[in-house]
Design a protein around this ligand. Structure first.
Ligand code: NAD
Ligand code: AKB
Length: 319
């Protein structure tokens, strides 16, 4: 029998694509999308949807136990830029939901958990180039601190309570089916909407700020490959580095200009520059490759081509 899966925070940038991929693999009725929103997002109406607040611990517990959920993908969180504006709430949201789900797995109500970490676990003192899996980690944002603490708790629950929790340090994710949710890497999505509208783009990061990014299809494939791997292959129970594609605003603009020669970019760095400056420029993901065979498919050119072919400017008015 197929596992029954609950995706929490399914209405966001990752969830809207992850739910559809999981439904293709596991069957539409076996993957339940949930979010704070009253209405199921249009694109997820091919399967079940339930309104759930991850901060309502009792409601989450009774839903997961009564529905016989086997696996949870916990995506609800505040991202880096939004979290800096509301640090108390960011800490609450990013940590409390994780404990609710880890405790359910500790009590054997859940068999497997996916909880995403981020390159934000690294900080200004981390080596910036080809950042290793294990290195100095002194994150300087509330988001990064919550992700680092989350990683430690995931590993702790695995080591002490045999919880099968798996995680990836996602780079900035780039996609066209939904808008990003308030991160420092959002410029690399915003830029496509402005290019498609025929506008110039004022970038909130400086031209030579290199950050690791990844096209969403690769990120979803990595998530599912990690979750489908045999448990004994998963040697890291904090979170795996994934490299993706490292580029600067100037480099992505130059790639867009190959298709849209009139496109112009200007630079007006804001508070997000300091966050970006604290993160790695490139990542070493050799342990993900060695343990569960991870290899990305998209490079900068491949990602830019597919974004320009598919980006839908009407999303801007809906978002
Ligand atoms: P997002 O902001 O686009 O989506 C988050 C979703 O969670 C939203 O639909 C929101 O309505 C929902 N939500 C918020 N509070 C909730 C609550 N109390 N109960 C239930 N749902 C709630 O975020 P995303 O980009 O899809 O990211 C998902 C996860 O992946 C987060 O943990 C994020 O830190 C991590 N991540 C994302 C990226 C990226 O570039 N998108 C990179 C690294 C890590
Ligand atoms: C953000 O910019 O906050 C996210 C992330 C890299 O975690 N995209």
């Amino acid at each position: 029998m197929s596992s029954k899966i609950l995706v929490i925070g399914a209405g966001g940038q990752i969830g809207t694509e992850l739910v559809l991929s999981l439904r293709k693999l596991k069957g539409d009725q076996n993957v339940i999308a949930s979010d704070l929103k009253d209405e199921c997002p249009e694109s997820l109406k091919n399967g079940p949807y339930v309104k759930l607040d991850v901060l309502d611990r009792e409601m989450m517990r009774s839903y997961i136990i009564s529905e016989g959920i086997d696996e949870v993908y916990l995506l609800a969180a505040l991202l880096s830029a939004t979290a800096e504006k509301n640090p108390d709430f960011a800490w609450k949201l990013n940590m409390e939901g994780l404990f609710t789900i880890l405790d359910l797995a500790k009590e054997k109500h859940l068999k497997k958990i996916f909880w995403p970490s981020s390159i934000a676990v690294f900080g200004p003192s981390t080596p910036k180039v080809n950042t290793p899996q294990r290195t100095i980690m002194e994150p300087s944002t509330v988001y990064g601190i919550s992700k680092q603490a989350g990683e430690r708790w995931c590993e702790y629950y695995h080591n002490n309570f045999d919880v099968d929790v798996r995680s990836i340090r996602y780079p900035g994710l780039i996609s066209y089916t939904s808008l990003p949710g308030g991160g420092t890497t959002d410029y690399a999505v915003d830029i496509f909407y402005q290019a498609q509208l025929g506008n110039s783009y004022s970038c909130f990061l400086s031209e030579n700020t290199s950050l690791p990014m990844m096209y969403m299809e690769d990120a979803i494939r990595a998530t599912i490959e990690l979750m489908e791997s045999d448990a004994d292959k998963i040697k890291i129970r904090s979170a795996y580095n994934l490299a993706g594609i490292s580029f600067t605003p100037a480099e992505i603009a130059a790639e867009i200009q190959k298709s849209k020669p009139d496109f112009q970019i200007t630079y007006a760095p804001d508070f997000r520059q300091k966050i970006a400056d604290s993160w790695p420029g490139s990542i070493d993901d050799s342990e993900a490759n060695a343990d569960w065979g991870w290899k990305e498919k998209y490079d900068l050119q491949g990602m830019v081509d597919i974004m320009l072919q598919n980006i839908d400017i009407f999303l801007l008015s809906e978002g």
